[in-house]
Design a protein around this ligand. Structure first.
Ligand SMILES: [Zn+2]
Length: 392
């Protein structure tokens, strides 16, 4: 879809800017007018993680005049496999500040605005209102729906991307001219159905593939060149090395941009996306122990059957001593239930406590009423019991 330029051109480019951007200026479709539009543009990156890293670096290099970074997290060693805007010496620093320093090093003409806070219902409208365009690099469904809804309510376009293992997707959403994220995904997936990158992993370089599409679309929207991805979904498969473009339509029944919207303001996104399913929540109620309690049980010699419900690749990285591995799927399909001992209390754990709560629901439904799971999973075990172990 062809759209008019999103931004008016800046008054001029300095001599230094002309030198710096000369390879843009000699592209007839960009030229001086396009570069002036980039200079005048205000773009916000939500997240300075996997997608935010390449997005911020290339937006900066391209000469986007004002770049906002909203990010509350700090740089962790496990980020560096893909979040290339941060380096070894940034570990422990706020990601927003580390990203700001990298952007300044890439291009000193960029005005960087740091929002070192978590994006939430209280600040999203005010922050988004300061920008022409938003690049969404979030990794969870609650924030994704909030980003979409805030953009729709403010009439702003945004560029969405998602990554998982070898697969990526990207699109441009702008309810005034085409579909929004809710037109494509009206409902979030059931809790636990779609693993996050933290649970399922992601090929680091996939971030560059999808982030590059996002930046390309940003530059096209800002300068008004080419055909936008608005109204199309790009699906990338790194294993096949294939890009497929799927046509997207605006959904007349969309809850926020349809003919009779039911969502007319921001909603409770954690509740909408459900951290854990109702069954898992009910099963975990009164049947949850902490990692410290598990350690006490083990030290006291209490007879328990400790089961790790994660996947084998995760088990290889770190595990709680004394556990055996039975992936969650074996409980949900019923295969693992017959092998459970009757003479000991069953204790389940996973990475963070979501998958173990789901397995717990199946185990309790099979009659093991005193079964429990470990709050916060192996991450909590490492934090509170044995910090010498690796986290992932
Ligand atoms: Zn919609």
């Amino acid at each position: 879809m062809s759209l008019p330029p999103l931004v008016e051109p800046a008054a001029d480019l300095s001599i230094d800017e002309v030198r710096r951007y000369s390879r843009h200026l000699i592209i007839p479709d960009v030229a001086t007018a396009g570069q002036k539009r980039l200079k005048n543009a205000r773009v916000l990156c939500v997240g300075a993680g996997g997608l935010g890293s390449p997005a911020l670096m290339y937006l900066a290099a391209a000469g986007v005049g004002t770049l906002g970074i909203v990010e509350f997290d700090t740089v962790d060693e496990s980020n560096l496999q893909r979040q290339i805007i941060h380096g070894q010496s940034d570990i422990g620093r706020p990601k927003a500040e580390s990203a700001r320093d990298s952007v300044r090093e890439i291009n000193p003409y960029v005005n960087v605005v740091v929002h070192n806070e978590a994006l939430d219902n209280d600040n999203v409208m005010e922050i988004f209102a300061q920008y022409d365009l938003i690049v969404d690099g979030t990794d969870n469904f609650a924030t994704r729906y909030m980003v979409n809804d805030a953009a729709v309510l403010l009439g702003k376009p945004y560029i969405w991307g998602s990554i998982y293992r070898f697969d990526g997707q990207a699109s441009v959403f702008w309810a005034e001219h085409g579909p929004c994220y809710r037109c494509l995904y009206p409902e979030p997936p059931p809790p636990g159905m779609v693993p996050s990158c933290a649970e399922g992993g992601v090929l680091g370089v996939l971030c560059a593939s999808i982030g590059a599409i996002q930046v390309t679309e940003a530059i096209k929207l800002l300068t008004g060149v080419g055909d936008s991805l608005l109204g199309s979904l790009m699906v990338y498969d790194a294993l096949e090395m294939s890009y497929r473009k799927i046509r997207l339509r605006k959904d007349p029944n969309c809850a926020i941009c349809g003919e009779n919207p039911t969502v007319t303001g921001l909603i409770d996104y954690d509740d909408f996306c459900g951290a854990v399913s109702d069954e898992a929540q009910a099963a975990a109620l009164g049947s949850t122990i902490t990692a410290t309690e598990l350690k006490d049980w083990q030290d006291s010699g209490k007879p328990i059957e400790l089961i790790d419900v994660r996947e084998p690749a995760e088990w290889e990285i770190v595990r709680v001593p004394g556990a055996r591995l039975v992936p969650k799927g074996e409980f949900l399909n019923g295969n693992a239930l017959a092998d459970l001992p009757q003479d000991r209390q069953i204790v389940l754990y996973c990475k963070s406590g979501v998958r173990s709560a789901e397995a717990l629901a199946a185990v309790k439904a099979a009659g093991f009423k005193d079964a429990v799971h470990v709050q916060g999973g192996v991450v909590s075990w490492v934090k509170t019991v044995d910090p010498s172990l690796p986290v992932y």
